[in-house]
Design a binder for this molecule. Structure first.
Ligand code: GDP
Ligand code: MG
Length: 175
């Protein structure tokens, strides 16, 4: 079996944008585990001669079917935050490497802090990707995420394909 690399993080940080950039035209498989929501996409990709399976999490939970619920301290509805938490737990169990994505344009949110607290408890490699660093002025905010206690943030722009090579180098080194 190929190594599994899960992308986690709160909604809207750019997980799917990065996943789609990597998987592109190749077919993504929607996981259909009994008892779980169908919200994980799997796709194979390779970098520097290493093949691995990338997992995009949290996709379909944001669909129209999701009731808004009550917004909690995390800035997300309780249901949504619970969903993010369960995706992180699943990643901790099944993935070989976890990519935790955050957004330089919003800075650290309470939801990010919650996810970070879960991830600090695993011995698996966690790579912090500071996304939406589209230009130099945005990139300068990336070091702020050191405060999450998960090591060096790697600034990327999933949208423009900037810094993604460095992120992939780090992923492959951690496999
Ligand atoms: P997800 O909920 O984490 O999967 O986030 P998405 O991939 O759906 O992206 C959420 C929004 O952020 C979309 O409007 C994307 O176009 C935008 N986005 C994603 N990556 C970047 C980026 O690198 N730069 C900018 N400016 N926007 C981005
Ligand atoms: Mg998504």
């Amino acid at each position: 079996m190929k190594p599994l690399v899960a992308i986690v993080g709160r909604p809207n940080v750019g997980k799917s944008t990065f996943f789609n950039r990597m998987i592109g035209e190749r077919r993504a498989i929607v996981e259909d585990l009994p008892g779980t929501t169908r919200d994980r996409l799997y796709g194979d990709t390779d970098w520097n001669g290493r093949t691995f399976t990338l997992i995009d999490t949290g996709g379909l939970a944001l669909g129209e079917g999701t009731p808004p619920g009550q917004v909690g301290l995390s800035g997300l509805s309780g249901d949504l935050m619970e969903h993010v938490r369960s995706q992180v737990q699943l990643a901790i169990e099944e993935a070989d490497v976890i990519v935790f994505m955050v957004d330089v344009r919003t800075g650290i949110t309470t939801a990010d802090e919650e996810v970070a607290a879960l991830l600090r408890r695993t011995n698996k490699p966690v790579i912090l990707a500071a996304n939406k660093a589209d230009n130099d002025s945005q990139r300068q905010y990336a070091p702020e995420f050191y405060a999450l206690g998960l090591g060096e943030p790697i600034d990327i722009s999933a949208l423009h394909g900037l810094g993604t090579g460095d992120l992939l180098d780090k992923i492959v080194e951690s496999l």
